[in-house]
Design a protein around this ligand. Structure first.
Ligand code: ANZ
Ligand code: ZN
Ligand code: ZN
Length: 827
């Protein structure tokens, strides 16, 4: 039978009704408990919604609807991360202004989002490319400047030649640009704006403990922050017998101080020049030339190389004179950018020493080897006791770290030190479509912040694209009077990394139309932090670190009273094409959500997307699941649209209440696929045995999360006058649950599964197809299996015959069966 309910008409009807009645708009002045659900906002592109959007935003909407039905005052807003390079590039390609491009994209997006049934409070829409939004980016920047958190410095930075811009560390993936996976970033030395996120390194690390985030996400952030406890040791540096002062060298292995045989300074070190003696200049320059244009990641994989600088370091404990090399494996801005090399106990140092025939001095003795000699063919990085280490000989090396550090501290030659891998956030971009950095360069006054009253610094519309930074092409915008001395001055032309826009947008939603302030603190403190955040795993070491940093900064400004942006976080998987590949135009395997909506309706698409698999796993698109979901919804429609007054029996009641229990738990934990299985099972019981109106509404309320339109329609068809969207989440009545019935049901499921497993094995063995399953049960369970014959047949696609083992024995067959474990024979 071909059924088809008129999903088009129904979905449009409720879309209009919801919008007209503004049922998803929320206020902060209620007595209800608040709940803030947020999906990471999309980047609006002309291509419209793709399947990934359809999936992740449906996950959020399901959760928001769940909390709304549970009686919370739910904030569920949406906006657009509208600034950024892709819009600029796409606009250049399409020969329209990024402003128009973005406007059109957003219009298109909104239409599609409404079609999906996502229950946003449209009154709180945010568009980061509007001056009344990015004004507040600039305001935060000025505050950061004031507090010394924003600063400018010349530093080795990552440059993507395709973006024609610098990038933050977080935007470099495997040595390549995050947007250009085939382009290695180059290191350039440029003067740029940075935000001192490192001030918050320890708090960012500590704060992770209390967050209800996936363990894996927390681990990624922890490693990104990269806390390392060690010792900072003062080395005097000398050069042609004159002193260059003391350098503080970071090590986690102060136990190896007696084994230092050379030092290596980073080729990108800002003070490298001081170390180079005239005689070595040529050689060093040649070496540095070879490293030009090579990324940090490439360096990591390269052979360890270096050149002598002509300078020496004095080992503070042995007073030995140690040669300093410049090398390609030392990072400029970690620790002090110079390492004390101990080739006997470090692989990189060993490789380097071998290559240049430098001495190797063993200072840790492994218990079971003959490491004592200095002729070793590999570094020993294990534990052991100290040798060749003066008064520290004999100490276990773990103890020696403590003892030597203490000794250095006493002699004021060193101190305990904590280092972090996290580096300050480089926010300068040499591109147009971003928030202008609000400073002015004056010949006399230097860097002058734009006064707060002059904000926003609006992006000029008239610029030329394709000739470097477009902002340099609008002279009248560039020229400005110095706010301090009125001299002719110039504006900063760097714009901010778009991650600045998204670092605090969740706060603006709490008071999006405020023209006087970034937001009203009372409102922000009522709604935020986010109770449930949803977004892709690629944001863990970028957006989510930045948002946490901004939150802590704004807290320090005392405009919010909490420490973290998102208390609970869910990372969704990726929907791949049916062939398991990434959906992409070039592969021709893209499935457009709009096409599916046209053919089957948004309810079907939503249901299918969460049915495919667990929402945190990557999944492959499967049209069969769409068709199956659609058939199911047709059956649901037909059943409730023709609903006659009915009664509920105790079996259905038990099943219903058990399902409420399970679905509540599954949804709370984002196990949507399991919730859907429960609902489908419940429905087949309802279909078979009937239900009354009140309990029918409970089923509809649960299905509503996944399929909001059809359930809203059926709810009103049943005669309810309210919106189901604002109705209530059903409570499970435990007294109605008959555990025995439940157990029996489990037994049937288990038997069906066993049969399917056997079928699978037989098929693998190449045996001929089976048609009948003979089930031999212990006598007392025979009736039970007989009652469930139909269910077993449905789930195994075999004809089921039930026998008692007693009867079988009479005919001479010896069949094994135990209570709860019948014998299975297939034919
Ligand atoms: C001497 C030593 C001996 C080291 C030994 C290791 C083993 P983590 O744990 O990552 O903090 N190091 C210090 N600064 C560096 C830089 N800018 N670039 C590259 N390497 C640097 O690592 C700390 C260790 O990394 C330090 O301890 C230092 O080498 C090196 F048998 O010092 B060690
Ligand atoms: Zn790039
Ligand atoms: Zn001035």
């Amino acid at each position: 039978m071909e059924y088809n309910y008129d999903f088009n008409k129904i979905e449009q009807k409720w879309q209009k009704n919801w919008e007209k009645s503004k049922i998803f708009e929320v206020k902060d002045n209620t007595k209800k408990k608040k709940f803030y659900v947020l999906d990471m906002f999309p980047y609006p592109s002309a291509l419209g919604l793709h399947m990934g959007h359809a999936f992740v935003f449906s996950l959020g909407d399901i959760f928001a609807r769940f909390k709304r039905l549970q009686g919370f005052n739910v904030l569920y807003p949406i906006g657009y991360d509208a600034l950024g390079l892709p819009a600029e590039n796409a606009a250049i390609q399409a020969k329209i202004h990024p402003l128009e491009y973005t406007k059109n994209s957003i219009k298109n997006f909104m239409k599609q989002q409404k079609a999906m049934g996502w229950s946003y409070d449209w009154n709180r829409l945010i568009n980061t490319s509007e001056p009344n939004y990015y004004k507040w980016d600039q305001w935060i920047f000025l505050k950061m400047l004031e507090k010394g958190i924003a600063y400018r410095k010349k530093a080795p930075v990552n440059w993507c030649s395709k973006c024609e811009s610098v990038l933050a560390n977080e935007q470099v993936v495997n040595g390549c640009c995050w947007r250009h996976e085939d382009t290695f970033v180059e290191i350039k030395h440029l003067e740029q704006w940075f935000l001192k996120i490192t001030n918050y390194a320890e708090e960012l690390l500590r704060g992770l403990e209390k967050l209800d985030w996936p363990e894996n996400a927390k681990k990624l952030q922890k490693n990104w922050i990269g806390k390392s406890s060690g010792t900072e040791i003062d080395f005097e540096i000398i050069n042609s017998e004159k002193s260059l002062g003391k350098w503080q060298i970071f090590t986690t292995r102060s136990d190896t101080v007696y084994g230092i045989t050379f030092m290596v300074v980073s080729a990108q070190h800002s003070r490298l020049e001081e170390l180079i003696v005239p005689n070595q200049k040529r050689e060093v320059e040649n070496f540095l030339k070879k490293l030009k244009g090579i990324s940090e990641k490439q360096l990591e994989d390269m052979e360890k190389e270096g050149v002598f600088t002509g300078s020496y370091a004095i080992n503070p404990l042995t007073l030995e004179k140690i040669p300093i090399y410049v090398g390609n494996f030392v990072v400029a801005d970690y620790g002090s950018g110079m390492v004390m090399a101990v080739p006997a106990h470090d692989f990189r140092d060993f490789e380097f020493a071998k290559k240049y025939s430098l001495p190797v001095k063993v200072v840790i003795n492994s218990q079971n080897s003959k490491l004592k000699k200095d002729k070793i063919d590999s570094a020993y990085v294990g534990e052991g006791n100290l040798i060749n280490s003066g008064e520290f000989n004999g100490l276990n090396n773990k103890e020696a770290i403590e003892a030597i550090t203490l000794h250095l501290e006493k002699k004021k030659l060193g101190r305990r030190k904590i280092s972090y891998k996290l580096r300050d956030w480089l926010i300068s971009r040499q591109r147009y479509w971003g928030t202008p950095i609000p400073v002015i360069y004056c010949e006399k006054c230097g860097i002058v912040p734009v006064p707060e009253k002059d904000l926003p610094v609006v992006l000029p519309k008239k610029v030329e694209f394709g000739k470097g930074n477009p902002l340099l092409t609008n002279e009248s915008w560039l020229k400005v009077k110095c706010p301090k001395c009125r001299r002719n001055s110039r504006r900063e032309t760097d714009t901010m990394d778009t991650f600045a826009n998204s670092s605090w947008y969740y706060l603006r939603y709490t008071d999006p139309n405020n023209n006087k302030k970034i937001f009203d603190s009372k409102k922000a403190n009522y709604w935020a932090p986010i109770d449930q955040y949803i977004g892709g795993p690629e944001h863990i070491t970028a957006h989510l670190i930045y948002a946490r940093f901004y939150t802590k900064f704004l807290r320090d400004l005392e405009i919010i009273n909490f420490n973290e942006p998102a208390l609970r976080y869910f990372t969704q998987g990726i929907v791949h094409a049916s062939d398991g590949e990434k959906m992409s135009k070039s592969k021709g395997n893209v499935v457009e959500p709009l096409n599916i909506i046209k053919k089957y309706g948004a309810d079907t698409l939503r249901l299918a997307l969460v049915s495919i698999a667990s929402s945190d796993k990557n999944t492959n698109w499967d049209e069969k699941i769409v068709i199956g979901s659609h058939k199911f919804l047709n059956k649901v429609y037909n059943y409730f649209a023709n609903f006659k007054k009915g009664k509920i029996n105790s079996f259905v009641e038990s099943k219903l209440n058990k399902t409420i229990q399970k679905v509540t738990d599954y949804v709370q934990n984002f196990k949507y696929n399991l919730a859907v299985i429960e609902l489908r099972e419940l429905f087949s019981v309802i279909e078979e045995q009937g239900i009354d109106k009140k309990n029918a509404s409970k089923f509809l309320a649960m299905l509503h999360l996944f399929c909001p339109f059809i359930t809203e329609e059926l709810f009103s068809k049943l005669g309810f006058k309210k919106f189901l969207s604002l109705f209530q989440w059903p409570e499970a009545d435990e007294s109605k649950i008959d555990e025995k019935l439940e157990e029996q049901e489990l037994a049937v499921d288990k038997l069906a599964k066993d049969i399917r497993n056997i079928l699978g094995i037989l098929e693998l063995r190449g045996e001929k197809e089976k048609k009948i399953a003979r089930i031999y049960s212990v006598p007392q369970e025979m009736n039970f299996y007989k009652e469930n014959t139909l269910k077993l047949e449905k789930s195994t696609s075999l004809k089921i015959e039930i026998y008692s083992i007693k009867d079988a024995a009479k005919t001479g067959k010896q069949i094994q069966a135990k209570p709860g474990k019948p014998g299975i024979y297939l034919e």
